[in-house]
Design a protein around this ligand. Structure first.
Ligand SMILES: NC(=O)c1ccc[n+]([C@@H]2O[C@H](COP(=O)([O-])OP(=O)(O)OC[C@H]3O[C@@H](n4cnc5c(N)ncnc54)[C@H](O)[C@@H]3O)[C@@H](O)[C@H]2O)c1
Length: 330
């Protein structure tokens, strides 16, 4: 992974803050920064939905600093941003169903926590702030592929929180002259994505079931489609956004995906084939707040960030499975 860099020059003189850095996507960003010898990598995470084990290989490195803290606390955000050049903000409470069950927690972390981070980044004079948005902001807009300027009504509290991020980001960029870019991730998967807990994502759940030779659950008829995105592509988008020299790139949101979609049934078939599982899935009720189809137009990220996905779904699933076998010991 990451043999050729997505950034220009050396990272030795640059300090980074990765919020949510012990989580799935955040820890993959940390991995990239360590591999490319970033001058300073500070991580802010309260370990709410992740394990410190994701950071175990890096915690003793002299250029890595871990702050266990909460973005709901403005002082913590101020401390985390002090002396930082570039922020990649990944900390959030993920999962649409969790937000349907507990909208207040989602709002406190994803909306208020986000605002705290923007304020802290502004006060610290951070040069650029890149943050995780989500394809969920497309909501009920029916047209495919999804283009950044055509969104519908959010279908869940989670989607509202991500939409709120985009609104605040725009206002902070315009009002305080900050450099801010949002990344609308489309169903990211890969190493360090946990299959555990009630809100685990579909790919780790399918892999665990296939390796255990048990039946996975599919919500609805399985004909819903997604633009599944291997995490290396999401890391690439973050790094490219932090470094793009394009003056037109600032104050925008970008789709981060492959630009191809498959059904959930097809996804399970690939995983079953790769693992040799012959167990068939169990179908259950459609989930509240879920969108039916998802496919990204990634031309804006290509144009302004130079983003070019390098790993497609099948290869990404193979790499994820290799990690799964190592970690889960199958
Ligand atoms: N994984 C996806 O498919 C996907 C899709 C769209 C958007 N996103 C967004 O990408 C970002 C990263 O998601 P992920 O999949 O890596 O999830 P994750 O749960 O693995 O990572 C989120 C991290 O944020 C931390 N966190 C949560 N609340 C916090 C708080 N109050 N203070 C500090 N840290 C806190 C968690 O402990 C965790 O380490 C999130 O903003 C998520 O909403 C993810």
């Amino acid at each position: 992974m990451y043999s050729s860099p997505f950034h220009p020059g050396s990272l030795r003189d640059t300090s980074f803050l990765v919020t949510g850095g012990s989580g799935f996507i955040g820890s993959n960003i940390v991995h990239y920064l360590v591999r490319h010898q970033a001058g300073k990598i500070r991580i802010l995470d309260n370990l709410l939905t992740s394990s410190i084990a994701n950071l175990e290989p890096y915690l003793n490195l002299p250029n890595v600093e871990f702050i266990e803290g909460d973005i709901r606390d403005l002082d913590t955000c101020h401390k985390a941003c002090k002396g930082i050049d570039l922020v990649t903000h990944q900390a959030a409470l993920g999962s649409v169903p969790r937000s349907v069950r507990d909208p207040l927690a989602t709002h406190a972390i994803n909306a208020t926590g986000f605002l705290n981070m923007l304020i802290a980044a502004r006060d610290a004079g951070v040069k650029r702030f890149v943050y995780a948005s989500s394809s969920s902001v497309y909501g009920d807009h029916p047209v495919l592929p999804k283009r950044e300027d055509e969104t519908g009504n959010p279908l869940s509290p989670y989607a509202v929180s991500k939409k709120t991020n985009e609104l605040y980001a725009r206002v902070f960029a315009e009002t305080y002259g900050m450099q801010i870019m949002g990344l609308r991730y489309f169903n990211v998967f890969g190493p360090n994505q946990s299959p555990d807990g009630p809100y685990a994502a579909v790919i780790p759940l399918f892999m665990k079931a296939a390796l255990d030779k048990t039946a996975p659950n599919i919500d609805g008829d399985g004909e819903q489609t997604r633009d599944f995105t291997f995490v290396e592509n999401a890391v690439q988008a973050n790094i490219r956004a932090l470094f793009t020299p394009d003056p037109e790139a600032n104050n925008r949101v970008y789709n981060v995906a492959i630009g191809e979609r498959i059904t959930v049934n097809e996804l399970y078939d690939i995983i079953a084939e790769l693992t040799g599982s012959e167990v068939r899935p169990t179908y259950r009720e459609r989930r509240a707040g879920d969108i039916r189809d998802s496919l990204a137009d990634i031309s804006l990220a290509k144009k302004h960030l130079g983003y070019q996905p390098t790993v497609r779904i099948r290869e990404g699933l193979q790499q994820t499975l290799a990690w799964f076998r190592q970690t889960v010991g199958q």
